[in-house]
Design a protein around this ligand. Structure first.
Ligand SMILES: [Zn+2]
Length: 276
């Protein structure tokens, strides 16, 4: 009967912490394994956690079908920019090591439940998903690829806005990316924009808002200027849900909110519809 007396080994505090995570919105404790199997969405309040580009790629594109495009396009430093926190070139190099990416977006072709498409997936870990010249170049090149092969183009945005360390060159990416998408529009090639948390600044003011259909994940922060800047400018308090996906849907800025678990199926259905 020795096993009745077997004392339960207590887990050290550090290991306990590794097993659990806390929802940033409702503070529920969630088993990390459950958090991952639930696609990093809180099972209690449906809070959608941020996921990186590789994780999203695995969720959306059929396994083994993704072929990356323009993988070597990377950051440039036209202004040789330096601020109090250091040189831009060094920060970019650091981001590359930390993320294993060369830019704040990965682009490529793949299949979504068997339907061919070109996808661009931004990665907020890479300098806040900022829109630099390399990012804009990749978005444009992927749109040209989509046009040439007449494949629908889907961009998942996750960005703090233009990469100000590149100055005016970063702002020019807004026009450049939109020009590429306008060509798709003229040729009747579908372009779908998916806005994830957060999509702000110059990205929300350019390619993220000009989809044939603009869809968002629940609770995503979407806006141009920050809440405080707007409140100070208009001298008024803004509602609590201001700049959330739900607020934008209510006010006609986006077309639909789609849960992460349903996103792939939704995109597939939309592509099938736009083909017919
Ligand atoms: Zn929660």
């Amino acid at each position: 009967m020795g096993w009745f007396r077997k004392s339960r080994k207590k887990l050290p505090e550090s290991e306990k912490e590794e097993l659990w995570t806390k929802c940033p919105r409702c503070a529920a404790h969630i088993f990390k394994k459950e958090w991952r199997t639930n696609l990093q969405v809180c099972p209690k309040c449906s809070y959608h956690g941020r996921i990186d580009s590789r994780e999203r790629l695995a969720l959306i594109v059929d396994a083994g079908t993704f072929e990356e495009l323009d993988a070597d396009v990377t950051t440039s430093d036209p202004l040789m920019f330096t601020d109090v926190k250091g040189r831009y070139a060094e920060k970019a190099a650091e981001a590359k090591i930390q993320t294993g990416l060369k830019e704040a977006i990965i682009t490529g072709r793949g299949k979504i439940h068997g339907t061919k498409a070109v996808v661009g997936i931004m990665d907020f870990r890479f300098m806040g998903g900022s829109l630099g010249s390399g990012t804009g170049e990749k978005i444009l090149l992927a749109s040209e690829y989509a046009l040439k092969h007449r494949l629908p183009y889907i961009i998942f945005s996750a960005s703090g806005g233009a990469r100000m360390q590149e100055g005016i060159v970063s702002l020019m990416q807004m026009a450049k990316t939109c020009a590429g998408i306008a060509r798709l529009h003229r040729a009747g090639v579908p372009y779908i924009s998916v806005l994830t948390d957060p999509t702000t600044g110059g990205v929300s003011a350019s390619y993220a808002m000009i989809g044939d259909i603009n869809i968002a994940e629940p609770g995503a922060l979407i806006g141009f200027a920050g809440r405080r800047v707007i409140e100070q400018t208009i001298k008024q308090m803004l509602p609590d849900d201001f700049q959330t996906a739900e607020y934008l849907l209510d006010h006609g800025f986006i077309d639909r909110i789609v849960n992460r678990s349903e996103m792939k199926g939704f995109l597939h259905n939309y592509l099938a519809y736009s083909r017919s």
